[in-house]
Design a protein. Structure first.
Lengths: 692, 117
């Protein structure tokens, strides 16, 4: 745990030190695995020729093996573009670029067509990008086809028309009617002009080429700088679409510069620290997460790796945290940006001072031993003046062959943050209970802070507790750790933390219980004691339980403050509550079915009684009309009443009120009609009888 | 002892005179009386059932009892209107009274069926 703490703090320190002390690592295998993840084609092919080219180029630079399915898909899209007569110069350009890596065969007829269409494009070009694609395409096809003679007509005129887009501050415009200029365009223009030179160098005027050198130095005058010493190019943000960030702009400029340096013989007088600053800018990005950013970074670094201007050499350390306990040695590596070997050189440690202090260097200048096999420069024993803590070491790199100085460039002095850790000796630790008045020792216990302790003490409020120990570094100096705390925890989980102060090597804390009675909330009882001593540089940071002390404090008065409420286990308060099971209303007790059926039978009885009584009374149907019309009325009347009663039965069984009322309406009207007929007939009959 | 006998005899004589008086009523009135008795008796049986098993579907009990009671009441109204000795309803034809009786019963039973549940 202490070790990971140390590592984390080292990272923080490395990031926070911004006075030029920073560390850059060359490209490593983590880049290669990231490239394989980022550049994955969709179903075997990439979205555009540009992306195909970027993926192939990145794999080529990083030395990743060509995958046959990717190459096959690339060849397919390349041959499609190359074979089609309607491909734009931009498509042809990227197809040829991709082909220079994929190496698919192009038919002679196809290449003849390409050459003629590109020549036509050159003649008809009006903007910078038109020139770029067409001239670039011609340069590429020259290298790929068997055609010996690729002639650029009117090279001088083309050169001048591209040059016409330049501006006095070193930037270039994209076209004559667009006034915006950018450094990105400058890079493109330089590439185009180097292409023209490589196609027809004999026809061009040398003075024209020389003026370009002035443009380049003016462009490099506009370079911008970050605090950690990295340099980059940036364009003004005018339009969101056209804006190229610092990464792509710097990459483009580097590409243009190295392409131009490759075709000219003259000496480009560029200050070397600018190349180094650009190298540090690209390395400082780490591993980008975007495929395009990745390509720009790797492409730019590939330009820096081998070019005719100057090749930067980077000083890096495999580990910046050294342990005095393990007797780690200081290892330094000097490589190119891709980690390839540097020419013979010596690395000297010229200074080392404590971070944050402006004191003089603690180390004298000494050379590091070079091991041919591992490529590391090593300093086996750290100087005795270097103790635990964080330091800034200053390294100097000197090339052994003076000739190499024209080809390579290194930083004169590199500042690197180093963190030294070690075991801190803890000695003479003891805990003592003292009588307050006399200062005499009542009980004393020696502690072994490295091992287990179970000191058991008791004290009352009139006494004092004293804890003391000594800390010293591996080199024997006094050491003040980041954390030195004594914690007393009561049975009721109330805690009190005290900082242990020091004077030199001696750490001591005295707890006078008389003054602490109120702070302890008058809680008498058993207190657990815990000591914490910790520091980033301390490999044996500790958090140990010392033991416990029975503290006898007086009774709390009325107005004494209550101890703060201890945090409740949040799960018990905010956690899920007991599940409530719904208790359904118990259904009413129904009588047994037989009883109900018995009473149903009983209810029918009065009806039977009624019918029997009717018979006994001698009811008859003599008044029933015999003539047909009244007879039908009478029958219908009885049928109607029966129908209504049947409707009521259905109403009870399944109909609802509205349906019933609807039917009842019809039946009622019918019933009224026939009833009126019947009853009026009966009334007429009885009236006749009465009068008769 | 004699008083008892006389009271018993009185009750018996009363009962006999009532019976003979009743025999004089017209047949149609007797039919209506029989119908009323049937309705009341049915209501009584329902009340006994409720008393024995509890009033759980109270609405059903009410609709049953009220159906019987309602129809009995309507029958009594019919009897009043049809009775020839009743001077008040001399002008009302008995058929009209019967039509009222049928209509009111149908409405009553519609409501009862709705309330039965």
């Amino acid at each position: 745990m202490a070790r990971s703490l140390a590592g984390f703090l080292v990272l923080l320190l490395v990031v926070s030190i911004c006075e030029g002390a920073s560390l850059f690592q060359p490209i490593s295998d983590s880049h290669r695995s990231a490239a394989l993840e980022l550049f994955t084609p969709d179903h075997g092919s990439f979205k555009s020729l540009e992306e195909t080219y970027e993926a192939l180029r990145t794999f080529q630079i990083l030395g990743i093996e060509k995958k046959p399915d990717v190459t096959a898909a690339a060849c397919h899209s390349i041959s499609e573009t190359v074979g089609s007569s309607s491909s734009s110069p931009k498509d042809l350009f990227y197809a040829l670029k991709a082909n220079s890596i994929a190496e698919c065969k192009i038919h002679e007829k196809a290449s003849k067509d390409i050459i003629s269409s590109l020549n036509a494009a050159v003649r008809g070009a009006s903007s910078l990008l038109d020139f770029y694609y067409s001239v670039g395409g011609l340069v590429l096809i020259k290298g790929q086809s068997s055609e010996a003679d690729i002639h650029l007509a009117d090279a001088d005129g083309v050169f001048r028309s591209v040059k016409a887009f330049s501006q006095s501050d070193g930037r270039w415009r994209y076209s004559s009617n667009n006034p915006e200029s950018s450094a990105f365009a400058a890079g493109i223009a330089l590439e185009t002009l180097s292409g023209i030179v490589s196609l027809a160098s004999s026809e061009l005027d040398q003075s024209l080429i020389n003026t370009l050198m002035n443009d380049i130095s003016k462009l490099f005058d506009s370079i911008e700088k970050y605090d950690d010493g990295t340099l980059y190019f940036n364009d003004k943000l005018v339009d969101g679409h056209e804006y190229q960030g610092p990464l792509s702009t710097a990459s483009s400029v580097l590409r243009g510069l190295t392409a131009f340096a490759a075709v000219t013989t003259g000496n480009l007088n560029l200050p070397e620290d600018k190349i180094l600053g650009l190298a540090k800018f690209f390395l400082g990005i780490g591993v980008p997460g975007d495929a395009k950013d990745f390509f720009y970074q790797i492409d730019a670094l590939a330009c820096l790796e081998s070019n005719r201007v100057s090749i930067p050499l980077i000083l890096s350390l495999p580990s910046t945290v050294l342990s005095l306990t393990k007797k780690d040695s200081l290892k330094v590596r000097v490589t190119t940006v891709f980690g390839s070997n540097a020419p013979p050189l010596t690395v000297k440690l010229v200074g080392g001072s404590s971070s944050g202090s402006k004191d003089a260097s603690l180390v004298e200048s000494q050379e590091l031993k070079f091991d041919q096999g591992s490529g590391l420069h090593t300093l086996n024993d750290l100087p005795k003046s270097i103790d635990v803590g964080s330091y800034t070491f200053v390294f100097e790199v000197v090339l052994q062959e003076p000739e190499d100085g024209k080809v390579y460039v290194t930083e004169s002095q590199t500042k690197v943050p180093i963190f030294i850790t070690g075991l801190i000796k803890i000695e003479n630790s003891e805990i003592v209970i003292l009588d307050s008045d006399l200062g005499s020792i009542e009980s004393q216990k020696k502690l072994d802070l490295a091992g287990k302790n179970a000191a058991s003490l008791s004290a009352n409020h009139l006494q004092k507790l004293r804890l003391s120990f000594q800390l010293s570094t591996p080199r024997g100096r006094a050491f003040k750790p980041h954390q030195a705390f004594l914690k007393l925890r009561h049975e009721s989980k109330v805690e009190h933390i005290f900082v242990v102060g020091n004077s030199g090597k001696q750490f001591e804390i005295v707890l006078n219980f008389l003054g602490l009675v109120e702070k302890f909330f008058y809680l008498t009882g058993k207190y657990d004691m815990e000591l914490t001593v910790g520091d980033a540089a301390m490999e044996n940071s500790l958090l140990v339980a010392i033991g416990h002390i029975e503290l006898d404090l007086p009774e709390a008065p009325e107005k004494a403050p209550r101890p703060p409420p201890q945090p409740v286990d949040p799960y018990s308060r905010y956690g899920p509550k007991a599940e409530i099971t719904h208790i359904f209303r118990a259904p009413e007790k129904r009588p047994p079915q037989e009883l109900s059926l018995a009473f149903l039978g009983l209810t029918i009885l009065p009806l039977l009684g009624f019918l029997i009584g009717l018979l006994r009374l001698g009811v008859n149907m003599k008044n029933f009309p015999t003539k047909p019309v009244p007879a039908t009325f009478a029958v219908l009347f009885h049928v109607g009443i029966g129908a209504v009663l049947l409707l009521y039965v259905f109403f009870w069984l399944k109909l609802d009120l509205f349906q019933t009322l609807k039917v009842l309406g019809f039946l009622g009207v019918f019933l009224v009609f026939v009833g009126h007929g019947t009853l009026s007939h009966l009334a007429a009959a009885s009236a006749k009888l009465k009068s008769a | 002892m004699a008083r008892e006998k006389s009271s018993k005899g009185n009750a018996q004589a009363l009962f006999h005179s009532l019976r003979s008086a009743y025999a004089a009523t017209p047949v149609n009135l007797k039919i209506i009386d029989l119908y009323v008795g049937f309705a009341v008796f049915t209501a009584l049986i329902q009340v006994v059932y409720m008393a024995s098993v509890g009033s759980f579907p109270f609405n059903s009990f009410l609709s049953g009892v009220l159906s019987c009671v309602g129809t009995a009441v309507l029958a009594v109204c019919l009897r009043i209107q049809v009775n020839k000795e009743n001077k008040e309803f001399k002008d009302l034809p008995p058929e009209r009274a019967f039509a009222d009786f049928v209509l009111c019963n149908l409405v009553l039973h519609l409501v009862i069926m709705n309330f039965l549940g």
